[in-house]
Design a binder for this molecule. Structure first.
Ligand code: ACO
Length: 330
């Protein structure tokens, strides 16, 4: 079997629900204000799913856009990976719903849980499957309805999150030194409690009591996450540059997880990247979890910021704790 020379990025897509929730809207449900949210996070609005939308609905819309961009038909896809922490159901996987409704008849399908690092973790799996010869064409689709696990009575978390989906099509190529040049993934489960959904799983199955105690919503220790995030983002950028033999001047764009503008500015600034080389869309979408880097990557491409040969460094961190990086030559 001939192994391919690279895993090429063929196309990307995104979808966000139509409904918009502004900072002003939050002032009507919790004790907050626009100034606090903008200064502390950089967020202005976020898109929220309708009650009849599930994560797969968002993922399918983003996937259709990515397949069209790539010029790939669903029957050419060998593997569907869905990165999400807000699956439609625990059983079956969201990826299987997507595989069926898109008509990826030949494809295997599985979900991947790495919270906000999910899209880059999934790209790493896509690259590994392609370079090992297990798959030729992989659809990575990263989608979240974080509003379904957000406590809208908790002002310290509810303003942070939005819903959305992004997707990427990756394919085997005989051309070396292109596409996914490098991927790296990490975890430290000792920090699992920093971002936690306490009930609903086998540790604490759903009951009237868990619902009464609001244990089906995310609990986040934001201040501790903040420090961890800045440190890991810097380490990831440093590793990606060193391993690929790049300097900041060789990189057209850093595409970070859209978690907090202050975290992004601190990490990329210290690594020597000027603001025009850092893609930020947090003001429009908030933190969309695993979908965040996927949406940002698609927007950057559609804005013409990544032409042929341009290098992008994708970095993310999230619950788990997890963190991950990818270097892509377009
Ligand atoms: N509006 C007004 N005041 C608020 C709000 C709000 N929405 N939320 C908190 N405050 C208050 C707090 O009560 C606190 O008041 P106090 O000083 O009287 O106690 C004050 O603002 C400061 O609170 P901090 O938590 O110290 O604020 P900080 O500057 O750390 O910002 C934030 C909080 C935005 C959450 C920040 O820590 C952060 O971005 N952390 C990392 C992000 C994160 O964890 N994201 C979730 C990742 S999980 C995932 O992505 C799925």
């Amino acid at each position: 079997m001939n192994r391919p020379a690279s895993a090429r990025l063929l196309g990307t897509g995104m979808y966000v629900p139509e409904r918009v929730m502004t900072n002003e809207d939050f002032t009507r449900i919790v004790d907050t204000n626009d100034e606090w949210i903008v200064q502390r996070t950089g967020m202005k609005e976020r898109h929220l799913a309708e009650h009849d939308q599930a994560t797969s609905d968002l993922a399918i819309a983003a996937s259709r856009a990515a397949l069209a961009d790539a010029g790939v038909t669903p029957d050419q896809v060998d593997l569907v990976i869905c990165a999400t922490i807000t699956a439609d159901n625990t059983l079956p996987s969201t990826a299987c719903w997507i595989q069926d409704r898109l008509g990826c008849k030949r494809a295997g399908a599985f979900d991947l849980t790495a919270a906000c690092s999910g899209h880059i973790y999934a790209l790493a799996q896509a690259r590994a499957a392609i370079l090992s010869g297990q798959a030729r064409t992989v659809l990575v689709t990263s989608a979240e309805i974080l509003s379904s696990i957000t406590d809208y009575t908790d002002r310290s978390t509810c303003v942070l999150f939005g819903d959305g989906a992004g997707a990427a099509v990756v394919q085997a190529s005989d051309q070396p030194h292109t596409g996914l040049l490098y991927t790296t993934v990490y975890a430290d489960g000792s920090g699992g409690a920093l971002m936690l959904l306490p009930a609903g799983g086998s540790r604490r199955p759903p009951s009237h009591e868990t619902v009464d105690q609001r244990l089906h919503y995310m609990q986040i220790r934001g201040r501790e996450v903040f420090r961890f995030a800045v440190e890991k983002m810097e380490e990831l950028i440093d590793e990606c540059l060193k391993v690929c033999g790049l300097t900041p001047a060789d990189v057209r764009l850093v595409i970070p997880h859209q978690v907090n503008k202050r975290i992004i500015d601190a990490a990329t600034g210290r690594m020597g990247f000027p603001p025009e080389k850092v893609f930020v869309n947090i003001h429009k979408y908030g933190n969309t979890g695993g979908a965040s880097v996927a949406i940002a990557h698609d927007e950057a491409r559609r804005q013409g910021l990544l032409g042929p040969g341009d290098v992008a460094v994708l970095i993310a961190f999230g619950g788990g704790l997890t963190w991950a990086g990818a270097v892509i030559r377009h």
